[in-house]
Design a protein around this ligand. Structure first.
Ligand code: GAL
Length: 566
């Protein structure tokens, strides 16, 4: 896979440099259209305190945001995560503050936050309960959005626990909130928290300004890198896309989750600083929302310097809003590029590997040539002019350089975004899904036009040239964009599965949350006869194929959709 990625990146790097087509304004509409034109910045209570929040603590955080210079560095939103609310609604069905934690109510804490020159954020959940089993918004969407607006809320993090009982697809759910938010007339940022459930594919940007691309982040480097790779790598999308950069821009951002700068538990002493910086540089180059998650009351100067580094924040907040993308990745060493509005470009050279390493960026990988000025953004120092390339030498694990390269001038082009015909259904008749790149995946990626082991897909003695081979658990989604009237395939466990293997094939409309299962093979064994799928699809935007196998390999032979229009 890594080799394939390096090849893909090499291709992207050598492709003609064409301006991206999707530099458009947000389609969120109404007052929301101008929101989050750069990635939102703020602080959220979850990573530091989890459920343990109260009025005194939150006021002290607001004070610290001002005193530490965080607010003036751009961290404007103070967001209270789960567990601020009472266990019950009031008699009119309105949410109430937990009376012990917030005795003066949620409007009062919001007023305090506003008086500090900050903006007020609250967590809620679209299911019947929040993740901490407090009242969720399902069935109360309108009144909750009205209540939030009356409290002066400026930002809502809308989580997804228990949303699988809503019976609505994520796109439907979030559209309901956007409608009710719009009706309040208050400009409120909506942050989709759904553990990375493909909002870039099903149209998160129609309703929200940011969406999670990952599962929850934890305070160790493996988790930091895994989250970054949902946005920048092939953890959540086909490697040919080179990450999710083409789905982000002003007003709609990929969110690899909140920051753990200052919280890292797997590094000690000076190494902690190295890890904090790598984490922050990654989030800056990826144009990720910067939601600090440390206890600001006790923040060390080292951590404050990381979070408020002006030249790093300037890269994140660059008004052009291009999400950085990899131009090199060999598994340990990575190089990212983020063209900026002033004609220069930000470059991150990172060594994730245990061995010391040199990491090089060549100007032709970032759309430049000849001799270029280079600036070190952490040191805030010009490093002079470099010809053709720059090499960061002897980088230890997690060490990196964050650079600005080039001269002010017209903005540098980005690579061409993946063309629609490579990942959506664009023509009448049959489209083999294995001729399209999947737009989302979880767990094992499928093999294309082969079994997972690389052999020909063979079912009942017949060899199928097209289809997918899966192993274990494997879910992947195609954007069929309402152009698929039927889905057809033949499914069976592969002959190489273990004797006692079991597996189940399911076809979903859009996502797990809605539970809209269009076809279900039920448990199959190696001896089960192949099953033929031929189902009608009605206005399906995203089609998800799920194989759930235990010691099993499963094949989706001849998986294809049919557009029956003339
Ligand atoms: C999770 C969410 C976390 C946090 C937590 C609160 O689902 O991903 O960021 O909000 O719920 O219970």
């Amino acid at each position: 896979m890594k080799n394939a990625l390096v090849t893909t990146l090499a291709l992207i790097a050598t492709c003609p440099w064409i301006c991206r087509a999707d530099e458009e304004t947000s389609t969120s509409g109404g007052t929301a259209a101008q929101l989050a034109m750069t990635p939102p910045m703020g602080w959220n209570s979850w990573n530091a305190f989890e459920k343990d929040i109260d009025e005194k603590k939150i006021k002290a955080i607001a004070d610290a945001m001002v005193r530490s210079g965080m607010r003036d560095a751009g961290y404007i939103y103070l967001v209270l995560d789960d567990a601020w609310m009472a266990k019950r609604r009031d008699r009119k069905g309105r949410l109430m503050a937990d009376p012990e934690k917030f005795p003066n109510g949620m409007k009062a804490i919001g007023d305090y936050i506003h008086r500090k020159g900050l903006k007020y954020g609250l967590y809620q959940d679209r299911g019947k309960m929040t993740c901490q089993q407090l009242p969720g918004s399902f069935g109360h969407e309108k009144i909750d959005m009205e209540t939030f607006a009356a409290w002066g809320v400026d930002y809502i993090k809308l989580d997804s626990c228990f949303a699988e009982s809503n019976g609505r697809m994520s796109s439907e759910d979030y559209a309901i909130y956007r409608k009710h938010i719009r009706a309040t007339g208050r400009p409120i940022v909506l942050s989709i928290s759904d553990f990375g459930n493909a909002a870039w594919a099903w149209g998160g940007k129609e309703s929200a300004q940011l969406w999670r691309t990952s599962n929850d982040i934890y305070p160790w480097m493996g988790s930091i890198y895994a989250c970054a790779d949902t946005s920048a790598g092939d953890r959540a999308i086909h490697p040919a896309f080179n990450g999710l950069w083409q789905f982000a821009g002003p007003g709609h951002w990929n969110d690899p989750d909140m920051l753990h700068v200052g919280n890292l538990k797997d590094l000690k002493g000076d190494r902690k600083k190295v890890g904090d910086r790598a984490h922050f540089s990654l989030w800056c180059i990826l144009a990720a929302p910067l939601m600090a998650g440390n206890d600001l009351r006790t923040m060390s100067d080292d951590v404050r310097h990381v979070l408020t580094a002006p030249e790093l924040i300037a890269v994140n907040q660059d008004q052009r809003g291009v999400q950085g993308y990899k131009v090199f990745d060999d598994g340990d060493r990575e190089v990212y590029n983020k063209p900026l509005s002033d004609g220069t470009t930000a470059v991150l050279l990172l060594n994730k590997g245990a061995e010391k390493a040199d990491v090089t960026v060549r100007w032709d990988q970032i759309g430049l040539s000849g001799t270029q000025p280079v600036r070190d953004l952490w040191a805030r120092r010009d490093l002079g002019e470099c010809e053709d390339s720059f090499t960061a030498r002897d980088l230890g694990q997690h060490e990196h350089r964050m650079l600005k390269v080039g001269r002010p001038g017209p903005p540098l082009p980005t690579p061409a975004p993946m063309p629609l015909e490579k990942y959506t259904v664009t023509r009448p008749g049959e489209t083999y899904l294995s001729d399209l790149y999947y737009i989302w995946k979880a767990r094992n990626a499928p093999a294309y036009d082969a079994t997972f082991g690389g052999g020909p897909i063979t079912i009942g003695g017949r060899i199928y040239k097209k289809g997918f081979g899966c192993k274990g658990k494997s879910a992947f989604m195609f954007k069929v964009a309402g152009r698929a009237d039927r889905f057809r395939a033949v499914v069976a466990l592969d002959g190489t599965s273990q004797e006692n293997a079991q597996g189940r094939f399911r076809v979903y409309n859009e996502d797990f949350f809605a539970n809209k299962i269009l076809w279900d093979s039920r448990e199959m064994t190696k001896n089960s006869p192949a099953r033929e799928i031929d189902i009608e699809l009605d206005d399906v935007q995203c089609l998800m194929l799920v194989f759930d196998g235990d010691k099993a390999f499963g094949n989706w032979a001849n998986a294809r959709v049919i557009d029956e229009s003339d």
